[in-house]
Design a protein around this ligand. Sequence first.
Ligand code: NAP
Length: 346
Amino acid sequence: MTIAAPHAAPQSSAAGGARRTRVAVAGATGYAGQELVRLLARHPAVTLTAAMSSGATSTPRPLPALARIWDEAVTPLDIDRLVSSADIVFLALPEAASAELAPTLVGRGARVIDLSGAFRIRDAADRQRWYPATTALPAGTVYGLPEHDAAAIRNARLVSCPGCYPTAALLALEPLEAAGLIDGAVIVDAKSGISGAGKAPSDRTHFSENHGSVAAYAVFSHRHNAEIEQELKRDVTFVPHLVPLDRGILETIYVTLAPGTTEAQVAHALEEAYRDAAFVRLTGAALPEIKHVAHTNFCDIGWKVDEGRRRLALIVVLDNLVKGAAGQAVQNLNIVLGLDERTGLL
Ligand SMILES: NC(=O)c1ccc[n+]([C@@H]2O[C@H](COP(=O)([O-])OP(=O)(O)OC[C@H]3O[C@@H](n4cnc5c(N)ncnc54)[C@H](OP(=O)(O)O)[C@@H]3O)[C@@H](O)[C@H]2O)c1
């Protein structure tokens, strides 16, 4: 959905003889940032010109996990270098850092693909509540769920990538909402692996706390609840849980169907929506699992319908670091550049 006025397409630049777009990553030492570096380093249409850390360390450092994939050093954050070395800058930063950096980058002519939540919420009062560091949305900001917002993403100055939980929920629910098949509030019961919380350990994410346990958190106080409701325009009860996996999200979504809705109508709405979608796989009654999508950009959606009691259960899985973060950001890059959405992702 477009938030503000669109702008012109990016310029490509010559690199190594080929016409490639120059890209850079801020937050490259984080979980999402490292996935971005991995994807962008082998992307055939871009040159990764810089990968930056927080600046808390003054010494350039390598990324051991990415040896032979990206052998350049990760350097401290340098805004001037981001602007001069890249046409498109990916921000994989804490939202307060994105809130500060992105408007400067856009103002200086860069296009930005932001993985944080800083620019997702359009209503100013809601944004103040959930993302107080964000003072305004730069002109040309677009909420970018590729399967639903491609036309707006193409001309965006700042693509605000959806959160990992909202990506799964919205991919499953928006086609059903558009078809008028939902009646009343929706319940999203979500489970996430620990990497969803980023690399800094906490009491909740520490191995010895999480291993062998499952815990609900942020009940009625998670920012992604507001994001899902904004996009769906419907009340949603969202309860996230941490599960002892390194990566992956599974959402069980409970829907009361509009009177008279059939199983065939549910299937038809989803099949129509994703007939040409490269990264949404509909599994129907063969319910998907996190292992089916780990390390991929796929979101798999399965479902069961109890027509007599108007009940629908959707099971949605994705990898929070790929379709929920870095892969989705590269999918958005491909849309911005007018490429096949699968470029560099399959
Ligand atoms: N993890 C997920 O599954 C996921 C999914 C979707 C969206 N996101 C969003 O993506 C963003 C990154 O998440 P993450 O999980 O990758 O976080 P992370 O693992 O904690 O990494 C954060 C990155 O930002 C850098 N950084 C920290 N503070 C900074 C500052 N003040 N200025 C500049 N750089 C700073 C860190 O550099 P140092 O190494 O120097 O500290 C690191 O590279 C977050 O906004 C998150 O909400 C994450």
